[in-house]
Design a protein around this ligand. Structure first.
Ligand code: SER
Length: 317
């Protein structure tokens, strides 16, 4: 059967690059982008686009029929920092969108679902270094609570209704094509923009706030790998731990100084500090490495080169 993919939340930070990559692999007409907002020019020109509110089941159903969709990637969500400002809205969006997609799969209308979870499922009582796959999970943000609950529902739909849902716990994702959407790890993107534009950055996290992070190319690679794996290889149906690198604001700054010698960083922590403090510093992702051959490629040094190179080209346009 021909694969036909729908990305919900395609205009977002990860959705944009995931759509472009899936179109490169499967052909542009096999991948339908959708979002409540239009995406950037590159996304909009790369293939079909439909407006979808992820909470509107009828609208999703309509598009599933129209394009005979087989696989859905649900990338729409309200992230940790914005979620703390709009808790009920975050809960509504993050949970209802997931039920919409899981129920389509339960009804047999689609074959496969990708739904991202996050390091935000962990909380202050979780072991912070090398956080295991199975451990204490007492998240303290609305975003984290919604992702943890979502994980339980994914596993439930797999066990009870045989829904082929696959998920990974993304760390902070760093990219340059589309802007991030209100996360606690966004400092690690802003810092590169400000380094090029102002030669200085005022960090909203303290210098030693170490968090798990990943460059976008690795995140896209992991997403495609888990979706391409044979069903029997996917032994965890809640969500897989996933790791790339871990670093602090001070460490990124040191790396940037290798390229921009006059770069200056200052620290002025805000409400996002307590969110960062509640999350792991590093993640044990050995299950993903064993079950579906996950392997990250990009470290802080390589990522810094890529971010500075691509952003300076973008700013010259
Ligand atoms: N990048 C996300 C956030 O900060 C973590 O999943 O909310």
């Amino acid at each position: 059967m021909q694969k036909s993919i729908l990305i919900i939340g395609a205009s977002g930070q990860i959705g944009t690059e995931l759509t472009l990559k899936l179109r490169e692999i499967n052909g542009k007409n096999a991948v339908i982008a959708s979002d409540i907002h239009e995406g950037n020019e590159e996304l909009m020109q790369s293939g079909p686009f439909e407006f979808i509110n992820a909470m509107d089941f009828e609208r999703i159903l309509n598009i599933v029929h129209k394009y005979r969709i087989t696989d859905i990637y649900l990338m729409a969500a309200m992230l940790s920092a914005t979620g703390e400002k709009f808790p009920e809205k975050a809960w509504d969006l993050n949970m209802n969108s997931l039920f919409n997609v899981l129920n389509l799969a339960k009804a047999g209308l689609i074959k496969k679902v990708f739904w991202p979870s996050s390091i935000a499922v962990f909380g202050p009582t979780t072991p912070k270094e090398n956080t295991p796959q199975n451990t204490i999970m007492e998240p303290s943000t609305v975003y984290g609570i919604s992702k943890q609950t979502g994980e339980r529902w994914c596993e439930y739909y797999f066990n009870k209704f045989n829904v082929d849902v696959r998920s990974i716990r993304y760390p902070g994702i760093i990219s340059w094509k589309a802007n991030p959407g209100g996360g606690t790890t966004d400092y690690a993107i802003e810092i590169y923009h400000k380094a090029l534009l102002n030669g200085a950055y005022n960090s909203f996290l303290t210098k030693d706030s170490k968090l798990p992070m990943m460059y976008i190319d690795d995140a896209i690679d992991a997403t495609i790998k888990i979706m391409d794996a044979p069903p029997e290889a996917i032994k965890i149906r809640s969500s897989y731990n996933l790791a790339g690198m871990s670093f602090t604001p001070e460490e990124v700054s040191t790396e940037i100084i290798k390229h921009i010698a006059t770069f200056k960083i200052s620290y002025n922590p805000d409400f996002r500090q307590s969110i960062a403090d509640s999350w792991p510093k590093s993640i044990d992702d050995s299950k993903a490495r064993e079950d579906w051959n996950w392997k990250h490629k990009i470290d802080l040094e390589k990522m810094t080169k890529l971010m500075l190179k691509n952003l300076s080209l973008k700013y010259q346009e």
